[in-house]
Design a protein around this ligand. Structure first.
Ligand code: SF4
Length: 344
Protein backbone atom coordinates (compact mmCIF):
# COMPACT_ATOMS: atom_id res chain seq x y z
CA UNK A 1 0.00 0.00 0.00
CA UNK A 2 1.06 3.55 -0.79
CA UNK A 3 1.45 4.87 2.76
CA UNK A 4 2.94 1.80 4.46
CA UNK A 5 6.21 3.70 4.83
CA UNK A 6 4.44 5.92 7.38
CA UNK A 7 3.71 2.84 9.48
CA UNK A 8 7.37 1.75 9.26
CA UNK A 9 8.45 5.24 10.28
CA UNK A 10 5.95 5.21 13.16
CA UNK A 11 7.17 1.80 14.41
CA UNK A 12 10.73 3.09 14.68
CA UNK A 13 10.10 6.68 15.72
CA UNK A 14 6.90 6.90 17.73
CA UNK A 15 6.95 8.76 21.01
CA UNK A 16 6.74 6.59 24.10
CA UNK A 17 3.59 7.77 25.82
CA UNK A 18 1.59 6.08 28.58
CA UNK A 19 -1.58 5.89 26.46
CA UNK A 20 0.15 4.22 23.54
CA UNK A 21 0.39 0.43 23.28
CA UNK A 22 -3.18 0.09 24.51
CA UNK A 23 -6.40 -0.40 22.62
CA UNK A 24 -8.51 0.41 25.66
CA UNK A 25 -10.97 3.05 24.38
CA UNK A 26 -11.40 4.51 27.87
CA UNK A 27 -7.67 5.24 28.19
CA UNK A 28 -7.39 6.59 24.64
CA UNK A 29 -10.47 8.79 25.11
CA UNK A 30 -9.15 10.17 28.40
CA UNK A 31 -5.73 10.92 26.88
CA UNK A 32 -7.25 12.74 23.91
CA UNK A 33 -9.44 14.87 26.18
CA UNK A 34 -6.50 15.79 28.39
CA UNK A 35 -4.35 16.59 25.34
CA UNK A 36 -6.78 19.18 23.96
CA UNK A 37 -5.09 22.61 24.24
CA UNK A 38 -2.48 21.05 26.54
CA UNK A 39 1.12 19.95 26.00
CA UNK A 40 2.02 16.26 26.18
CA UNK A 41 4.62 16.81 28.92
CA UNK A 42 1.98 18.51 31.10
CA UNK A 43 -0.59 15.78 30.49
CA UNK A 44 1.57 12.72 31.32
CA UNK A 45 1.60 13.03 35.16
CA UNK A 46 -2.12 13.92 35.21
CA UNK A 47 -2.97 10.96 33.01
CA UNK A 48 -0.93 8.53 35.11
CA UNK A 49 -2.47 9.73 38.35
CA UNK A 50 -5.99 9.60 36.93
CA UNK A 51 -5.61 6.04 35.58
CA UNK A 52 -4.17 4.91 38.91
CA UNK A 53 -7.14 6.42 40.79
CA UNK A 54 -9.84 5.58 38.22
CA UNK A 55 -8.71 2.54 36.20
CA UNK A 56 -12.14 2.04 34.62
CA UNK A 57 -14.95 4.14 33.23
CA UNK A 58 -17.29 2.70 35.89
CA UNK A 59 -15.11 4.24 38.59
CA UNK A 60 -15.26 7.62 36.88
CA UNK A 61 -19.05 7.39 36.56
CA UNK A 62 -19.42 6.64 40.28
CA UNK A 63 -16.94 9.31 41.41
CA UNK A 64 -17.91 12.59 42.99
CA UNK A 65 -17.31 15.47 40.56
CA UNK A 66 -15.37 17.39 43.21
CA UNK A 67 -12.89 14.50 43.47
CA UNK A 68 -12.44 14.44 39.69
CA UNK A 69 -11.91 18.21 39.57
CA UNK A 70 -9.29 17.87 42.30
CA UNK A 71 -7.35 15.39 40.12
CA UNK A 72 -7.74 17.79 37.18
CA UNK A 73 -6.57 20.78 39.22
CA UNK A 74 -4.00 22.80 37.25
CA UNK A 75 -4.74 21.16 33.89
CA UNK A 76 -7.23 23.91 32.97
CA UNK A 77 -10.29 23.86 30.71
CA UNK A 78 -12.29 22.20 33.47
CA UNK A 79 -15.37 21.70 31.28
CA UNK A 80 -13.41 18.79 29.77
CA UNK A 81 -13.46 17.07 33.14
CA UNK A 82 -17.12 17.80 33.83
CA UNK A 83 -18.13 16.57 30.37
CA UNK A 84 -16.05 13.41 30.73
CA UNK A 85 -17.82 12.70 34.00
CA UNK A 86 -21.25 13.17 32.39
CA UNK A 87 -20.28 11.13 29.34
CA UNK A 88 -18.92 8.29 31.53
CA UNK A 89 -22.17 8.18 33.47
CA UNK A 90 -24.11 8.05 30.21
CA UNK A 91 -21.95 5.19 28.89
CA UNK A 92 -22.35 3.19 32.11
CA UNK A 93 -26.11 3.78 32.30
CA UNK A 94 -26.98 3.35 28.64
CA UNK A 95 -24.25 1.15 27.16
CA UNK A 96 -23.37 -1.08 30.16
CA UNK A 97 -20.01 0.65 30.42
CA UNK A 98 -18.96 -0.25 26.88
CA UNK A 99 -17.77 2.76 24.91
CA UNK A 100 -19.75 2.78 21.63
CA UNK A 101 -18.03 1.57 18.47
CA UNK A 102 -20.52 3.56 16.47
CA UNK A 103 -19.13 6.99 15.51
CA UNK A 104 -22.54 8.69 15.64
CA UNK A 105 -23.34 7.32 19.09
CA UNK A 106 -19.91 8.23 20.40
CA UNK A 107 -19.86 11.78 19.03
CA UNK A 108 -23.24 12.42 20.65
CA UNK A 109 -21.64 12.11 24.13
CA UNK A 110 -20.90 15.30 26.10
CA UNK A 111 -17.54 16.84 25.24
CA UNK A 112 -16.91 14.59 22.22
CA UNK A 113 -16.27 16.46 18.98
CA UNK A 114 -15.17 15.37 15.54
CA UNK A 115 -11.47 15.16 16.44
CA UNK A 116 -11.93 13.12 19.66
CA UNK A 117 -14.45 10.80 18.00
CA UNK A 118 -12.13 10.16 15.04
CA UNK A 119 -9.07 9.65 17.25
CA UNK A 120 -10.85 7.13 19.52
CA UNK A 121 -12.60 5.28 16.68
CA UNK A 122 -9.35 4.95 14.72
CA UNK A 123 -6.91 4.18 17.53
CA UNK A 124 -9.11 1.97 19.71
CA UNK A 125 -11.40 0.41 17.11
CA UNK A 126 -9.33 0.52 13.87
CA UNK A 127 -11.99 2.49 12.02
CA UNK A 128 -10.99 4.74 9.14
CA UNK A 129 -11.63 8.22 10.50
CA UNK A 130 -9.01 10.95 10.02
CA UNK A 131 -8.25 12.67 13.33
CA UNK A 132 -7.84 16.22 12.07
CA UNK A 133 -6.42 18.57 14.69
CA UNK A 134 -4.26 21.65 14.17
CA UNK A 135 -1.12 19.54 13.70
CA UNK A 136 -2.64 17.35 11.00
CA UNK A 137 -4.11 20.36 9.21
CA UNK A 138 -0.65 21.95 9.08
CA UNK A 139 1.18 18.78 7.97
CA UNK A 140 -1.26 17.91 5.21
CA UNK A 141 -1.66 21.48 3.98
CA UNK A 142 2.14 21.59 3.58
CA UNK A 143 2.13 18.16 1.99
CA UNK A 144 -0.44 19.36 -0.55
CA UNK A 145 1.13 22.81 -0.89
CA UNK A 146 -1.98 24.65 0.31
CA UNK A 147 -1.50 28.30 1.19
CA UNK A 148 -4.72 28.86 3.08
CA UNK A 149 -6.98 26.81 5.32
CA UNK A 150 -10.22 27.52 3.49
CA UNK A 151 -13.36 25.39 3.53
CA UNK A 152 -12.42 23.98 0.13
CA UNK A 153 -8.87 23.23 1.26
CA UNK A 154 -10.14 21.57 4.43
CA UNK A 155 -12.13 19.27 2.18
CA UNK A 156 -8.92 18.51 0.22
CA UNK A 157 -7.04 17.79 3.45
CA UNK A 158 -9.76 15.42 4.61
CA UNK A 159 -9.84 13.71 1.22
CA UNK A 160 -6.08 13.19 1.26
CA UNK A 161 -6.17 11.85 4.81
CA UNK A 162 -8.93 9.43 3.85
CA UNK A 163 -6.62 7.95 1.23
CA UNK A 164 -3.79 7.71 3.78
CA UNK A 165 -5.70 5.86 6.50
CA UNK A 166 -6.86 2.86 4.50
CA UNK A 167 -4.60 0.54 6.49
CA UNK A 168 -4.08 0.78 10.24
CA UNK A 169 -5.83 4.17 10.57
CA UNK A 170 -4.97 4.57 14.26
CA UNK A 171 -1.24 4.27 13.66
CA UNK A 172 -1.32 6.49 10.55
CA UNK A 173 -3.20 9.17 12.50
CA UNK A 174 -0.69 8.89 15.33
CA UNK A 175 2.27 8.94 12.93
CA UNK A 176 0.98 12.20 11.47
CA UNK A 177 0.35 13.58 14.96
CA UNK A 178 3.99 12.79 15.85
CA UNK A 179 5.27 14.35 12.63
CA UNK A 180 3.23 17.46 13.40
CA UNK A 181 4.47 17.76 16.95
CA UNK A 182 8.14 16.98 16.43
CA UNK A 183 9.13 17.46 12.77
CA UNK A 184 6.67 19.64 10.89
CA UNK A 185 6.12 22.28 13.53
CA UNK A 186 4.51 25.66 13.13
CA UNK A 187 7.76 27.64 13.06
CA UNK A 188 10.20 24.97 11.86
CA UNK A 189 9.95 22.16 9.33
CA UNK A 190 12.70 19.53 9.51
CA UNK A 191 12.06 18.24 6.01
CA UNK A 192 15.33 16.31 5.75
CA UNK A 193 14.20 13.81 8.42
CA UNK A 194 10.50 13.78 7.52
CA UNK A 195 9.09 10.53 6.06
CA UNK A 196 6.80 12.61 3.81
CA UNK A 197 9.57 14.65 2.19
CA UNK A 198 9.73 12.90 -1.20
CA UNK A 199 6.21 13.80 -2.23
CA UNK A 200 5.58 16.85 -0.02
CA UNK A 201 4.97 19.99 -2.08
CA UNK A 202 6.08 22.46 0.60
CA UNK A 203 9.35 20.58 1.11
CA UNK A 204 10.56 21.74 -2.30
CA UNK A 205 9.74 25.40 -1.55
CA UNK A 206 12.18 27.91 -0.07
CA UNK A 207 10.42 27.95 3.26
CA UNK A 208 7.94 25.22 4.11
CA UNK A 209 6.74 27.09 7.19
CA UNK A 210 5.02 29.61 4.91
CA UNK A 211 2.40 26.90 4.34
CA UNK A 212 -0.32 27.47 5.38
CA UNK A 213 -0.41 31.23 5.94
CA UNK A 214 -0.60 32.05 9.62
CA UNK A 215 -3.61 33.91 10.95
CA UNK A 216 -2.86 37.18 12.65
CA UNK A 217 -3.31 36.80 16.38
CA UNK A 218 -6.20 38.85 17.74
CA UNK A 219 -5.38 41.00 20.71
CA UNK A 220 -7.36 39.85 23.73
CA UNK A 221 -8.90 42.10 26.38
CA UNK A 222 -7.89 42.27 30.02
CA UNK A 223 -10.46 42.12 32.82
CA UNK A 224 -9.60 43.58 36.22
CA UNK A 225 -10.52 41.96 39.53
CA UNK A 226 -10.02 42.77 43.16
CA UNK A 227 -9.60 39.92 45.62
CA UNK A 228 -9.41 39.63 49.39
CA UNK A 229 -7.24 37.30 51.42
CA UNK A 230 -9.64 37.46 54.35
CA UNK A 231 -8.36 35.63 57.40
CA UNK A 232 -8.55 35.19 61.16
CA UNK A 233 -6.81 32.62 63.42
CA UNK A 234 -5.40 30.58 60.47
CA UNK A 235 -8.82 30.42 58.81
CA UNK A 236 -9.37 31.90 55.36
CA UNK A 237 -12.55 32.68 53.50
CA UNK A 238 -13.19 30.99 50.14
CA UNK A 239 -16.13 31.01 47.74
CA UNK A 240 -17.36 28.43 45.25
CA UNK A 241 -17.90 29.47 41.64
CA UNK A 242 -21.30 28.87 40.01
CA UNK A 243 -21.99 25.38 38.63
CA UNK A 244 -21.92 26.64 35.02
CA UNK A 245 -19.55 28.85 33.06
CA UNK A 246 -15.81 29.40 33.31
CA UNK A 247 -14.11 27.35 36.08
CA UNK A 248 -17.53 26.10 37.20
CA UNK A 249 -17.57 24.52 40.66
CA UNK A 250 -14.00 25.51 41.56
CA UNK A 251 -13.12 27.38 44.74
CA UNK A 252 -11.36 30.74 44.96
CA UNK A 253 -10.50 33.62 47.24
CA UNK A 254 -13.37 36.12 47.19
CA UNK A 255 -12.99 38.30 44.12
CA UNK A 256 -15.04 40.68 42.07
CA UNK A 257 -14.55 42.40 38.73
CA UNK A 258 -14.19 46.16 38.72
CA UNK A 259 -13.91 48.94 36.17
CA UNK A 260 -10.59 50.68 35.82
CA UNK A 261 -11.85 53.92 37.34
CA UNK A 262 -13.38 52.30 40.46
CA UNK A 263 -12.02 52.88 43.94
CA UNK A 264 -10.74 49.39 44.80
CA UNK A 265 -11.26 49.49 48.54
CA UNK A 266 -14.90 50.53 48.11
CA UNK A 267 -15.47 47.76 45.59
CA UNK A 268 -14.11 45.09 47.96
CA UNK A 269 -15.99 46.44 50.95
CA UNK A 270 -19.22 46.61 49.04
CA UNK A 271 -18.84 43.09 47.65
CA UNK A 272 -17.87 41.41 50.92
CA UNK A 273 -20.66 43.18 52.79
CA UNK A 274 -23.49 42.63 50.32
CA UNK A 275 -22.56 39.24 48.84
CA UNK A 276 -20.65 37.50 51.65
CA UNK A 277 -22.13 39.23 54.69
CA UNK A 278 -18.86 39.80 56.53
CA UNK A 279 -17.46 43.13 55.36
CA UNK A 280 -13.71 43.71 55.71
CA UNK A 281 -11.08 46.00 57.08
CA UNK A 282 -8.28 46.18 54.56
CA UNK A 283 -4.83 45.73 56.13
CA UNK A 284 -2.51 46.05 53.14
CA UNK A 285 -2.07 45.36 49.45
CA UNK A 286 -0.35 42.01 48.82
CA UNK A 287 0.27 42.33 45.09
CA UNK A 288 -1.01 41.91 41.57
CA UNK A 289 -1.39 38.58 39.78
CA UNK A 290 -1.90 38.15 36.04
CA UNK A 291 -3.26 35.14 34.20
CA UNK A 292 -4.35 34.43 30.62
CA UNK A 293 -7.29 32.39 29.38
CA UNK A 294 -7.93 31.67 25.72
CA UNK A 295 -10.22 34.68 25.12
CA UNK A 296 -9.11 37.20 27.72
CA UNK A 297 -6.53 37.98 30.36
CA UNK A 298 -7.20 38.76 33.99
CA UNK A 299 -5.37 41.05 36.35
CA UNK A 300 -6.15 40.51 40.05
CA UNK A 301 -5.18 42.96 42.77
CA UNK A 302 -5.02 41.14 46.10
CA UNK A 303 -5.49 42.72 49.52
CA UNK A 304 -4.92 41.24 52.97
CA UNK A 305 -8.07 41.84 55.01
CA UNK A 306 -9.64 41.00 58.33
CA UNK A 307 -13.37 40.26 58.54
CA UNK A 308 -15.65 42.66 60.37
CA UNK A 309 -17.61 39.61 61.51
CA UNK A 310 -17.27 35.90 60.88
CA UNK A 311 -20.90 35.12 60.10
CA UNK A 312 -20.81 34.66 56.33
CA UNK A 313 -23.05 33.64 53.46
CA UNK A 314 -22.23 32.24 49.99
CA UNK A 315 -18.75 31.36 51.24
CA UNK A 316 -16.88 29.12 53.67
CA UNK A 317 -14.15 29.45 56.28
CA UNK A 318 -11.44 26.80 55.94
CA UNK A 319 -8.34 26.17 58.02
CA UNK A 320 -5.07 26.74 56.15
CA UNK A 321 -4.36 23.01 56.55
CA UNK A 322 -7.48 22.23 54.51
CA UNK A 323 -6.50 24.05 51.31
CA UNK A 324 -5.48 20.80 49.63
CA UNK A 325 -8.99 19.40 50.14
CA UNK A 326 -10.46 21.94 47.71
CA UNK A 327 -9.93 22.54 43.99
CA UNK A 328 -8.68 25.97 42.96
CA UNK A 329 -7.94 27.46 39.54
CA UNK A 330 -4.39 28.17 38.37
CA UNK A 331 -4.97 31.91 38.81
CA UNK A 332 -5.99 31.28 42.38
CA UNK A 333 -2.86 29.21 43.03
CA UNK A 334 -0.89 32.21 41.79
CA UNK A 335 -2.68 34.26 44.45
CA UNK A 336 -1.74 31.66 47.07
CA UNK A 337 1.86 31.78 45.85
CA UNK A 338 1.90 35.57 46.16
CA UNK A 339 0.86 35.17 49.79
CA UNK A 340 3.46 32.45 50.26
CA UNK A 341 1.13 29.86 51.71
CA UNK A 342 1.21 27.18 48.99
CA UNK A 343 3.27 26.11 45.99
CA UNK A 344 1.95 25.00 42.63
S1 SF4 B 1 8.43 17.35 4.27
FE1 SF4 B 1 8.72 19.20 5.45
S2 SF4 B 1 6.94 20.45 5.03
FE2 SF4 B 1 6.50 18.43 4.28
S3 SF4 B 1 5.37 17.48 5.92
FE3 SF4 B 1 7.52 16.95 6.22
S4 SF4 B 1 8.39 18.50 7.53
FE4 SF4 B 1 6.42 19.23 6.79
Amino acid sequence: MKYEYLLDWYDSNKRTLPWRNTKDPYMIWLSEIMLQQTQVSVVIPYYNKWIKTFPTIEKVAKADLDNLLKLWEGLGYYSRCRNFHKASQYVVTNYKGIIPRDYDLFIALPGVGEYIASAVMSIAYDQSYPAIDGNLKRVISRYLGLRKITKRNLFRIKKKLNTMIQINPGDINQALMDIGSSICKSTIAKCSICPLNITCKAASSLDATQYPEKKKKKSIPTKHFISGYISYDNYILITKRPSTGLLAGLWELPMVEYRNDSKLIDVLNDYTTKSLGCGVNIINKIGVVKHAYSHYKICITLFKCEPKNINVKNSQWIHLNEIDDFTFSKANHKLFNSIGIIND
